[in-house]
Design a protein around this ligand. Structure first.
Ligand SMILES: C[S@@+](CC[C@H](N)C(=O)[O-])C[C@H]1O[C@@H](n2cnc3c(N)ncnc32)[C@H](O)[C@@H]1O
Length: 253
């Protein structure tokens, strides 16, 4: 009986995988469910442990997670996912629709900034920024350049939070409207200004910084305080500092 269920789950997984994104681990599944992801398949090699984790960390979702998860043996889980997460949970969810993201990104008036990553190169950074964007409740994360911000490695480092904000790749000349605050060590000290809620907060690529095109269009160039002789901060940590300066959720009026 359990073997039948497991075999069915494996067939379903293989049929579903091409059109979905992998949620790698319990926390990714938890976040995705909290933010309304359509989860199409979920497997684990230790359902009792996963349900116990849900009871401890996500009692709002214990029932849903227990209903969704199908137990498969450890070898089968290894066949289904490239790298088994320590929680031994994996799930597949439908990517958020492009049109819904575009609607969200273009809605005015905007209550919280859009983060723009100008030609990012590191998928771990992209996911970390999505996670920050989710935590700060920003409108979305737009990337320019050739990297898909929904690449499995970006989704992995985003911990399932791609479903909590609008994440899209757009051409550099089709960014949402709004004043463009480009983060660059040559700019004005961020502590001397207020970031408006409708800003686009743009960050340069790990290799080359802000592109000349974006620099030219920027309303302001903004610098994070940094000691002389240090050339720059990591991309994701720069986003964290800028969003913290903007204010984030529940900031005083
Ligand atoms: C790793 S840095 C880019 C370093 C790159 N080699 C360069 O020449 O600019 C990635 C991005 O983080 C932001 N950043 C890093 N340090 C910054 C600082 N002190 N002030 C403002 N932005 C910073 C910028 O947007 C930068 O383009």
């Amino acid at each position: 009986m359990i073997d039948d269920e497991s075999a069915r789950a494996v067939r379903h997984w293989r049929a579903t995988a091409p059109d979905t994104v992998l949620l790698d681990g319990f926390h990714a599944l938890k976040h995705a469910l909290r933010f309304g992801a359509a989860v199409r398949a979920a497997v684990t090699s230790d359902k009792a442990a996963a349900v116990e984790l849900a009871e401890d960390l996500a009692d709002d979702l214990t029932e849903a997670i227990a209903d969704l998860l199908v137990e498969v043996d450890a070898g089968t889980l290894r066949d289904l996912v490239p790298r088994v997460h320590p929680t031994r949970v994996a799930a597949l969810a439908v990517r958020r629709g492009r049109q819904a993201n575009l609607d969200e990104l273009s809605r005015r008036p905007r209550q919280a900034p859009v983060v723009v990553l100008d030609n990012p190169r590191n998928l771990g950074n992209v996911g970390a920024v999505v996670r920050l964007a989710a935590g700060f409740g920003v409108t979305g994360v737009v990337t320019t350049g050739d990297i898909d911000p929904w690449h499995p490695n970006a989704v992995r480092s985003g911990a399932g939070l791609h479903f909590a904000t609008a994440v899209e790749r757009l051409p550099g000349d089709a960014l949402p409207e709004g004043p463009l605050y480009a983060l660059d060590p040559e700019g004005a000290d961020i502590r001397s200004l207020t970031i408006p809620d409708d800003a686009l907060l743009a960050f340069g690529s790990e290799r080359h910084g802000i592109s000349p095109e974006l620099r030219k269009r920027a309303t302001r160039l903004v610098a994070l305080p940094m000691r002389p002789q240090v050339s720059s901060y990591n991309l994701a940590t720069s986003v964290a500092m800028a969003l913290f300066h903007w204010g984030g959720p529940d900031r005083p009026a």
